[in-house]
Design a protein around this ligand. Structure first.
Ligand code: PDD
Length: 297
C-alpha cells in the first residue's frame, strides 16, 4: 500500500506530493501547522488543535483554507486512505503561491497540505527511560505563541541537543528563565509537590497537551503555578518533565548532564502520565463507540 498525502484538493502518492516553488511557505516560511495524535483511529484533542490553527491563521492574516467540517472530513479521509490507527497527522497551511515579494497579496488562495503516518506513540518503556535535555538561549522570534513553520531556531536547538546526546533543548529567555522546549512544553515539580510551568504568553506555544495536563492536574487536586522558572530551579527540582502531542508526558531526568531528583521518573510525573494516557484512551473509546453505533444505526 502506498502512502497518500493531501495536497491542495487532491489525494496523491506521498512520493509525488509536491508544492509550487513560489509557495510562500517554501519562500518565506509564511505558514502555520499542527501535529495531531491519532490513537485507535481517534484524533486526540482534534478540536483544540483546530482552534489553535484558527488562531495562528488569524494572527498572521492567512485565509482559512476551508470550513472546520471540511477540514475534519479531509483529516478522516487521509487517515482512512493511509490506514493509520495509531500515529500522527500533520497539517500545514501556507499563505499560498505568489510571485516572490516580501509583502503579501491581500487576495490569495491559501495552500493546504496534510500527511499522516503510523507511529509508535508513548510506551511504558519510553516513560521509564525518560530523557535528558540541554539548556540553550532562546533565539526565536517574539511570537512563539503562533505555530509557525518558521522553525529554524527550533531546528538548530534540537540538532544541538541531539549532538550533545540529549533529546530536547530547554530554551532560556534573557533573564535565564526557561520558556519551553524546542518542540515541547517544560514542567517541573516544586518543593511542595506543586507543578510549575511557564504561563501562557508570546514566549511559548500554548500546547494542547499542556492545557489537558492543567485540567487533569486540577481534577487531581495538584497545585499548579503558571510562572517563569530558572534553570537553577530545574536543577533543584524533585521532578521535571516535558509535554507534547507526540511525547505525551515524558520524564526529564537530566539537564546539562546533571541529574534531576533521584534520576528516575517521580511520583507526580507518574500520576499525570497515567491520567493523561487514561484520558487519551477514554477519548478513543468514546469515538469507537460512536463509530460502531453509527455503523450499526
Ligand atoms: N510540537 N512547544 C513547541 C515549540 C512545540 O513545537 C510543541 C509541539 C509544543 C507542544 O504542543 P502540543 O502539546 O500542542 O503538541 C510546545 C509539535 C508536536 C511538533 O512540532 O512536531
Amino acid at each position: 500500500m502506498s502512502r497518500i498525502a493531501y495536497v491542495n484538493g487532491r489525494y496523491v502518492r506521498h512520493r509525488n506530493a509536491m508544492v509550487h516553488v513560489e509557495d510562500r511557505g517554501y519562500q518565506f516560511a509564511d505558514g502555520v501547522y499542527e501535529v495531531v495524535v491519532v490513537h485507535r483511529g481517534a484524533l486526540i484533542d482534534g478540536e483544540a488543535h483546530l482552534d489553535r490553527l484558527d488562531r495562528s491563521l488569524r494572527e498572521l492574516r492567512i485565509v482559512r483554507p476551508m470550513s472546520r467540517a471540511a477540514l475534519q472530513l479531509v483529516m478522516r479521509e487521509l487517515l482512512r486512505r493511509n490506514r493509520v490507527r495509531d500515529g500522527l497527522l500533520y497539517l500545514q497551511v501556507t499563505r499560498g503561491v505568489a510571485r516572490r515579494d516580501h509583502k503579501f497579496p491581500l487576495v490569495i488562495e491559501p495552500a493546504l497540505v496534510m500527511t499522516a503516518r503510523c507511529n509508535g506513540l508513548w510506551s511504558e518503556a519510553r516513560f521509564q527511560k525518560g530523557v535528558s535535555v540541554i539548556s540553550l538561549d532562546d533565539i526565536r522570534w517574539g511570537r512563539a505563541d503562533i505555530k509557525s513553520v518558521s522553525l529554524i531556531a527550533n531546528v538548530l536547538a534540537k540538532q544541538a541537543a541531539a549532538e550533545a546526546g540529549a533529546y530536547e533543548a530547554w530554551l532560556l529567555d534573557r533573564d535565564g528563565a526557561v520558556t519551553e522546549g524546542a518542540s515541547s512544553n517544560a514542567w517541573l515539580v516544586g518543593e511542595q509537590g506543586q507543578l510549575v510551568t511557564r504561563g501562557i504568553g508570546s514566549e511559548i506555544l500554548g500546547g494542547v497537551t499542556r492545557a489537558t495536563i492543567l485540567r487533569l492536574a486540577a481534577d487531581m487536586g495538584v497545585r499548579v503555578e503558571e510562572r517563569a522558572f530558572t534553570i537553577d530551579e530545574v536543577r533543584m527540582a524533585s521532578e521535571a518533565f516535558l509535554s507534547s502531542s507526540s511525547s505525551a508526558v515524558l520524564p526529564v531526568l537530566k539537564i546539562d548532564g546533571g541529574t534531576i531528583g533521584d534520576g528516575r521518573p517521580g511520583p507526580v510525573t507518574r500520576r499525570l502520565y497515567d491520567a493523561y494516557i487514561g484520558y487519551v484512551r477514554s477519548l478513543s473509546e468514546t469515538s469507537e463507540t460512536r463509530n460502531t453505533g453509527e455503523r450499526a444505526g
